[in-house]
Design a binder for this molecule. Structure first.
Ligand code: GDP
Length: 543
């Protein structure tokens, strides 16, 4: 058991964001390796708590699940929140953006800024997530660090500030000059197993001096004291450079840019140092504003302090092959203790927290408690769904609900044999609990089960998971669009589920947003159905 009395300034909740193929998985693997929590490179499948644990993700090269893994670097505790890279799952990216305090954006040194990296970047902007950029694959033919920096400035509008420059490129990429410490990091072999700190190589002295000057000039804009020294031409102390980089990164003014080759084990340790030095701790982040569940116009500030009432957001429900259903939660205030009860604001139900777990790359750690700022996994919460607020019953709050977009595509699924009907229903229920952008309904005319999601790939993956995880083969119909029409609710049935006119309606566990129809005779369901298999009676007869 581990007691939590942690100094929050040493905690970093970060995501590793990238478009597919930039090297997010490799970078994450290397981070877990260097933080000592993994023993062999490439062993991502041992145990349950690995980042890309689904066989399928491996095959497709995409990351679908979003979980959190805890590791340590020096005195710091780093929670790595997995952020999916595929565009079909941007809602999952958004969800993880909400619960992290900072991110490492991985770019490919050859491909640079691609349309998908732009999408991920905009999401991080939207949630005000401070970032460090890591230009990966410096060993590849055609790698160009400065071209990527230039693209970040032009295409992403980022104030990209290189704090390193590469030493060599492609086969000759051997390390980087650290412009902050005015030192070089040299990797001694092509696999990057050994490295040492050295003076800046003579052939790079001039380039490094210019790059450092450019860095200081950009930084000085964000600090008067530094600007004064810079204009006087005085020596700028190391501590000041670091302080200003940290300040300007956290205020979203700049993005420090680093480089390396995760695959060749180069640049990952300096990247971890930078995560600690420049990305925010939970204490650096603004207070979260929640609302009073009984009067949503009333705002309540949720402070990241252990002395405040408990409030947490369940940001991911996952089925762990060993522990079962896990609710990954970010604690926003107060603390949670094992053996106590928590109140779910969304379902208005109390549930007991038997155990609290922290997931490492190769083990689960049992905790007595977890305080504000931390991310933990709670097993055994049966009612909690993605996006629910967990809190202290005496001080109920509703942390802003995650908004999930409407599914854009649906298809019918039918078990190959009648005997599989129950297995199919169970599988669909579990999957829809895990993934709020995935919905299940029944077409009343045909009696067919319809599954709806964010794109064809999304549904393909669901069908694949039904086969692998629930052992049920299904016949799949043709994809159709316009799910929205299918859930229009006729006026006569309105009383069944609508608790209030407009706002939220509730039926069992399913929370819906409803909007009055223009003729005033009923309601239309709008964007949000928070989890759950949509009960059959929700589906209207033909109108
Ligand atoms: P993800 O889709 O962003 O998670 O990317 P992966 O980490 O799976 O990497 C995609 C491909 O690029 C894999 O074949 C990796 O082996 C390769 N890769 C990742 N990092 C590097 C690197 O630094 N250099 C080179 N040459 N290849 C890399």
């Amino acid at each position: 058991m581990t007691m939590q009395g942690i100094d929050l300034s040493t905690v970093r909740n970060i995501g590793i964001a990238a478009h597919i193929d930039a090297g997010k998985t490799t970078t994450t693997e290397r981070i877990l390796f260097y933080t000592g929590r993994k023993h062999k490179l490439g062993e991502t499948h041992e145990g349950a708590a690995t980042m890309d644990w689904m066989e399928q993700e491996r095959e497709r090269g995409i990351t679908i699940t979003s979980a959190a893994t805890t590791c340590f670097w020096g005195d710091c505790l780093i929670n790595i929140i997995d952020t999916p890279g595929h565009v079909d799952f941007t809602v999952e990216v958004e969800r993880s953006m909400r619960v992290l305090d900072g991110a490492v954006s991985v770019f490919c040194a050859v491909g640079g800024v691609e349309p998908q990296s732009e999408t991920v970047w905009r999401q991080a902007d939207k949630y005000g997530v401070p970032r460090i950029a890591f230009v990966n694959k410096m060993d590849r033919v055609g790698a160009d660090f400065f071209a990527v920096v230039d693209q970040m400035r032009k295409r992403l509008g980022a104030k990209a500030v290189p704090i390193q420059i590469p030493i060599g490129v492609e086969d000759g990429f051997t390390g980087m000059v650290d412009l902050v410490h005015e030192k070089a990091v040299i990797y001694d072999d092509s696999l990057g197993t050994e490295f040492h700190s050295a003076d800046i190589p003579p052939q790079l002295e001039e380039e490094a001096a210019l790059a450092r000057m450019e860095m200081l000039e950009m930084l000085a804009d964000y600090d008067d004291e530094m600007m004064e020294l810079y204009l006087e031409g005085g020596e700028i102390p190391l501590e000041m450079v670091k302080r200003v980089i940290r300040k300007a990164t956290i205020s979203l003014d700049i993005v420090p840019v680093m480089c390396g080759s995760a695959f060749k084990n180069k640049g990952v340790q300096p990247l971890l140092d930078a995560v600690v030095a420049y990305l925010p701790s939970p204490l650096d982040m603004p207070h979260v504003v929640a609302v009073d569940p009984d009067d949503t116009s009333k705002e309540i500030e949720v402070k990241a302090s252990a002395d405040e009432p408990f409030a947490a957001l369940a940001f991911k429900i996952m089925v762990d092959p060993f522990v079962g259903r896990l609710a990954f939660c970010r604690v926003y205030s107060g603390s949670i203790e094992s053996g106590t009860s928590i109140y779910n604001t969304n379902t208005r139900r109390r549930e007991r927290v038997g155990r609290i777990l922290r997931m490492h790359a190769n083990k689960r750690e049992e905790m007595d408690s977890a305080q504000a700022g931390l991310i933990v996994a709670i097993p055994g919460l049966k009612q909690v769904r993605t996006g629910d607020t967990l809190c202290d019953e005496k001080h109920p709050v509703l942390l802003e609900n995650l908004i999930f977009p409407e599914p854009v595509i649906s298809l019918s699924v039918e078990p190959m044999s009648k005997a599989d009907q129950i297995k199919l229903a169970k599988g669909l229920e579990a999957l829809s609990e895990e993934d709020p952008t995935f919905r299940v309904s029944v077409n009343e005319d045909t009696g067919q089960t319809l599954i709806s999601g964010m794109g064809e790939l999304h549904l393909e993956i669901i069908v694949d998971r039904l086969r692998r995880e629930f052992n049920v083969e299904v016949k799949v119909g043709r994809p159709q669009v316009a799910y929205r029409e299918a859930i229009r609710k006729p006026a006569r049935a309105q009383g069944k589920f609508v608790r209030q006119s407009g706002g939220k309606g509730q039926y069992g566990d399913v929370v819906l947003e409803v909007e009055p129809l223009e003729d005033g005779k009923g309601f239309e369901w709008v964007d949000k159905i928070v989890g759950g298999v949509v009960p059959k009676e929700y589906i209207p007869a033909a109108q």
